[in-house]
Design a protein around this ligand. Structure first.
Ligand SMILES: [Zn+2]
Length: 368
């Protein structure tokens, strides 16, 4: 693997969209010009490489999509049957333009992938979303040595350190048992793609009882089962009678109830509500409005972010997202060449551009 340090120095102070870097963040998202593709583009492009099927990574309008093969069904469910999607087996190397590309498990949701890009002996890896924790519903994260690492940092703050996820899932089952013994209905709110199926998979360790789910979750469960992931038996709540809900667990999204003007919750009778998300760790995003919360995340926590950067051996790190500054600062203090990766539009917007340049400057100083 070659060293990309000189290439990064070339971008210092220039705010130049014609950066010689193998990948840069352009107006449509991460762009690899030598390979003729974008990664998780924000708008339609000629060729889109998709890390996973969450809506902030998989968007319509592109002519062609490539993703990891186990995620192709979910991507089709997201984009519709007219999207041209090619699933590539994990680890298979394909040539796109002058770049060798391969998809590797990210451990985030079914079919989630890190994208490895190699050109002229230099290796870049873009993580998409990832986690290092155990998850029965998807392949575990694979560590990919690289020169340059483009990482997410959704939970890029030391206050986010996850408890053992198997223990958290045991707590979810215990909570359901308590609510059931009380003759009420347990309503668990979570994200429809990934979190719901992870919980339905983890609960198979404790019970075989069927679970009620919102229609949008049931639609995605099908994709998981098609890929051989074992879930508890499920029933679409929209096709069940209200009388049958006592003692049941309903896994749903807030949208399902919002779309019904909030009246559906009242129709359930006596309920206990809970919320499963990494945000529950700090009570952000309304998680204090539920009877119980479970801090269960599909993203890397703070220690995992730091550990992963170190284990890749990357000499350069770019951090994506709104929470990127804390991680890039911390890495620079550790002597890693780290910088936030900001869209070109922001880099040219005065203060944001200055912030990016400062980040790269401090990175240089920390290495000297
Ligand atoms: Zn995601």
């Amino acid at each position: 693997m070659g060293c990309s340090f000189q290439r990064l120095e070339n971008s210092l102070g220039a705010c130049d969209t014609r950066s010689p870097m193998l990948v840069h963040l352009g107006p449509k998202g991460l762009h690899c010009e030598k390979g003729g593709f974008h990664v998780d583009p924000a708008r339609g492009v000629e060729r889109a490489l998709i890390t996973h099927a969450h809506s902030d990574h998989a968007r319509g309008g592109s002519k062609e999509y490539l993703c990891a093969a186990p995620g192709a069904g979910l991507l089709a469910a997201r984009l519709g049957s007219r999207a041209r999607i090619r699933g590539v087996p994990y680890g298979e190397r394909i040539r796109l333009g002058d770049v060798i590309v391969s998809f590797h498990p990210a451990g985030h949701v079914l079919g989630s992938a890190q994208i490895r890009m190699e050109s002229e002996g230099e290796v870049w890896v873009a993580t998409g979303d990832f986690k290092r924790d155990h998850d029965l519903s998807c392949a575990p994260f694979e560590l990919i040595p690289c020169d340059t690492f483009i990482t997410e940092a959704t939970f890029g703050d030391p206050s986010y350190e996850w408890d053992n996820p198997e223990g958290v899932c045991r707590s979810i089952f215990d909570w359901w048992e308590e609510v059931r013994a009380d003759g009420a209905t347990a309503v668990l709110f979570c994200y429809a793609l990934g979190k719901a199926q992870r919980i339905l998979a983890e609960l198979t360790r404790f019970t075989k009882r069927p679970v009620l789910v919102a229609p949008e979750i049931e639609r995605l469960n099908y994709c998981y089962r098609e890929e051989g992931v074992a879930l508890l038996p499920t029933r679409d709540v929209a096709s069940c009678s209200v009388e049958s809900f006592r003692g049941e667990l309903l896994v749903t999204t807030p949208h399902f109830f919002q779309d019904r003007s909030g009246s559906a919750l009242a129709g359930l009778g006596r309920i206990q509500t809970a919320f499963a998300s990494g945000w529950a760790k700090t009570g952000r995003f309304g998680s204090r409005t539920y009877h119980r919360t479970f801090a269960l995340s599909d993203h890397a926590d703070w220690p995992s972010l730091l550990r992963t950067v170190e284990e890749t051996g990357a000499r350069s790190v770019y951090v994506l997202g709104d929470s990127s500054e804390r991680l890039s600062q911390t890495l620079r203090k550790k002597g890693v060449y780290a910088s936030r990766m900001l869209p070109d539009s922001e880099r040219h917007r005065g203060s944001s551009c200055e912030m990016t340049v400062q980040g790269e400057l401090f990175g240089n100083l920390s290495r000297s």
